[in-house]
Design a protein around this ligand. Structure first.
Ligand code: ADP
Ligand code: DP6
Ligand code: CO
Length: 325
């Protein structure tokens, strides 16, 4: 019997978003993207291949997943079996320390952890670029969660050259990300469906590709020089321009809710009062507010008043994929 392997991966929040695939089977993106891995949100996943099993068994947060809910995991394990010519099914047990499918990037930490645990449990010893490529096949955003800190997913052209590279794994900049959990429930439109509809129906999609190219070029020097204002302006406008693709799709849809709009206003008010902070949000209503550490108390206080202290989580740059003993 093969040993059980446990891996931990953290979620990441994109500053320049991935929002569209060029190839849906291999999960090749339309553009490169750039993120920060976060310390407060992560997934632990244990995988054990067992010749006695007659099917893959997947549990998430101690609940056995239905055939349909675990389809992405089966497909992913098939890839790993192909790489090793193995035939055994696997027992997969995963715990999300992040709300699932709520726009807090559970798919990023989930498939990065699964890539690590499944490949090692199958006897492979993949290096980080290979782990990043493998994680990509589960969920695009997982490509970046192999690394800690600031990470770029270089779009590449094919399966071989589409993977993440670390920009600054150790972030020597006192940054914080205040996450607002405004609605932890499952979103109605998955990231996968949402981005596909944006690519095929938004008349603004070509402009989005240009926005991403410009934002990537401008944000890298801001990261290098610790220029918070430039970083913040880019991450906020990039998020809004991504969400404009959902509003301009056919049929139109949005991940915002009323609290999202209220929280955006509150960020602008804080800025007017001299508290430097900027928001972003992925495919869900939950805002993440970037700031430097001295601004954390004012931001925490304001959003605790609005939404309750338990829904305000202060995160910092987090680490890359790890194997747990
Ligand atoms: P999110 O914003 O949370 O990333 P997505 O729509 O991108 O939302 O992805 C959510 C999907 O990711 C879930 O419906 C499920 O298929 C998958 N997922 C999330 N967590 C896990 C996990 N720990 N193990 C396996 N699959 C997971
Ligand atoms: C808005 O990686 O969840 O968070 O590749 O279809 O699994 P799939 O989608 P996913 O999409 C993430 C979209 C985003 C932006 C980002 O993380 O770059
Ligand atoms: Co996701």
């Amino acid at each position: 019997m093969m040993p059980a392997i446990t891996a931990r991966a953290h979620t990441n929040i994109a500053l320049v978003k991935y929002w569209g695939k060029a190839d849906t089977e291999f999960i090749l993106p339309q553009t490169s993207s750039l993120s920060l891995t976060l310390d407060q949100f992560y997934t632990d996943t244990t995988v054990e291949f067992d010749e006695h099993l007659s099917a893959d068994e997947v549990t998430l947060n101690d609940q056995r997943l239905s055939e349909k809910a675990s389809q992405k995991v089966h497909t992913f394990l098939n890839l790993v079996r192909q790489m090793t010519a193995g035939t055994s099914f696997a027992r997969v047990s995963s715990t999300n320390h992040v709300p699932t499918a709520a726009g807090l990037a559970s798919s990023a930490s989930a498939f990065a952890a699964l890539a690590g645990a499944a490949s090692k449990a199958a006897g492979l010893n993949l290096d980080k670029p290979a782990l990043s490529r493998l994680a990509r096949r589960g969920s695009g955003s997982a490509t970046r969660s192999i690394y800690g800190g600031f990470v770029e997913w270089q779009a590449g052209h094919d399966d071989a050259d589409s993977y993440a590279v670390p920009i600054a794994e150790q972030v020597d900049w006192p940054l914080a990300v205040v996450a607002l959990v405004l609605d932890p429930h499952h979103k109605k439109v998955s990231s996968r469906q949402g981005m596909q509809s944006s690519v095929t129906t938004s008349p603004y999609y070509a402009a989005w590709r240009d926005v991403v190219a410009q934002d990537l070029a401008a944000i890298k020097p801001a990261i290098r020089d610790h220029n918070f204002q430039v970083l913040g302006e880019i991450l906020e406008s990039n998020a809004m321009r991504m969400h404009a693709l959902t509003l301009s799709a056919q049929p139109p849809y949005t991940y915002f809710n009323g609290d999202t709009l209220m929280a955006m206003d509150a960020v602008r008010e804080l800025r007017d009062q001299g508290v430097p902070c900027y928001y972003t949000l992925d495919a869900g209503p939950n805002l993440k507010i970037f700031c430097e550490k001295p601004a954390v108390p004012a931001i925490k206080q304001r959003f605790s008043e609005l939404f309750g202290a338990t829904n305000v989580i202060v995160a910092h740059p987090g680490p890359g994929l790890k194997f747990l003993a």
